[in-house]
Ligand binder design. Structure first.
Ligand SMILES: [Mn+2]
Length: 344
């Protein structure tokens, strides 16, 4: 497998040429889309529509309510709900953009339809170890977000003037959510320059922040209380973890997205550099795991090695088919192997 980091100028020229005539385009985010996935797909969708293309976003499944105000998101087709219609659109596409993921398996049940598609693939993504299915791969793991890459993609095509206030809003959302509001290491001076330009182009930063973060419900706040009560600290490994059982979720009217950000509570403790959350999902028969770290400790490698997942150096996901207690026991039993790295 070959990995190419950035698009060459000749590739950009080819893509520009390709987009000169109207095309049937499908844009696909990963399963369980987050702010970056919805922000990047809607921004690209608006851009391509503006150029005169026939563009459709098809998401594998639904996403949380706090994202349901982003410009043009209401037009997104959810594959899970409209399989036949979505399959037809995918099969007829000339170009398929895949955003914020780099392996078909990240689209769940959509994988098959994507594998059978005849259209040309263009990948824009910042996750590690991209697959090689795309004719054009714009992969850069140093990027804060796919949204920032969509901005640079439009910049490379010399079309920044096409960015409307709505597109600026979409792009802003993904950069803000994927950087923990501009505080993660991936936030560079360039990220801030992009953000400044988006504000100049009409993104209302205060309103966007409110729309995403000031959407708590009483039951979610109560669930947050349970998570904090369950927080355990392992000072010798500078590690903290949280568990949430299905029962605890059920008694707090749990909805998709309610536990978003909970994993970071542990990381806010002084001296803690590794945080985990274990969330029971009886429906899928698994424990969903989120991992976060500060500094050099790679939760991507940790998850790949032990919890069949992956992601970025400082943020990764994983899963376990053991019970929640067994999963936590396994987690704790692995930590001594990493003692040197964790005590650095
Ligand atoms: Mn992302």
């Amino acid at each position: 497998m070959y990995i190419r980091d950035l698009m060459s100028t000749s590739e950009i020229r080819e893509i520009k040429e390709l987009l000169k005539t109207p095309k049937k385009i499908v844009i696909v985010p990963h399963r369980n889309p987050d702010g970056d996935a919805i922000g990047s797909t809607t921004a690209l969708h608006q851009y391509l529509t503006g150029l005169g293309h026939e563009s459709v976003i098809i998401a594998p499944n639904d996403y949380p309510n706090f994202l349901k105000w982003i410009p043009t998101e209401s037009s997104i087709i959810k594959y899970e709900n409209e399989v036949e219609k979505a399959k037809e659109i995918i099969a007829a596409a000339d170009i398929i953009f895949t955003l914020d993921f780099n392996h078909f398996s990240r689209t769940g049940m959509m994988e098959e339809a994507l594998k059978e598609a005849k259209g040309m693939y263009i990948m824009i993504d910042h996750h590690q170890a991209p697959d090689d299915y795309a004719a054009y791969t714009y992969s850069d793991t140093s990027m804060s977000s796919t949204c920032q890459m969509v901005y640079h993609f439009i910049e490379k095509l010399d079309d920044l003037a096409c960015i409307t206030p709505e597109m600026a809003t979409s792009i802003y959302v993904g950069i803000m959510t994927d950087t923990g509001s501009f505080r993660f290491r991936s936030t560079t001076s360039t990220t801030h320059r992009v953000i400044a330009d988006l504000i100049d182009r009409g993104a209302d930063n205060t309103q966007i922040h409110q729309n995403i973060y000031d959407t708590n419900t009483y039951s979610r706040l109560q669930l947050q209380g349970v998570a904090l009560k369950n927080l355990k600290v392992l000072p010798e490994y500078r590690t903290a973890y949280i568990t949430l059982s299905q029962e605890e979720l059920d008694s707090h009217d749990f909805k998709k997205g309610d536990t978003e950000g909970f994993v970071n509570f542990g990381l806010s403790l002084e001296g803690i550099i590794f945080a985990a959350i274990f969330i029971e999902n009886k429906g899928e028969g698994i424990i969903k795991i989120s991992l976060r770290s500060k500094g050099d400790f790679s939760v991507n490698e940790f998850s790949r090695a032990h919890f069949s997942g992956g992601g970025h150096n400082n943020a990764a996901g994983g899963k376990s088919e053991l019970s929640i207690e067994e999963t936590v026991d396994k987690f704790i039993s692995i930590l001594p192997t990493y003692k040197t790295q964790l005590s650095k």
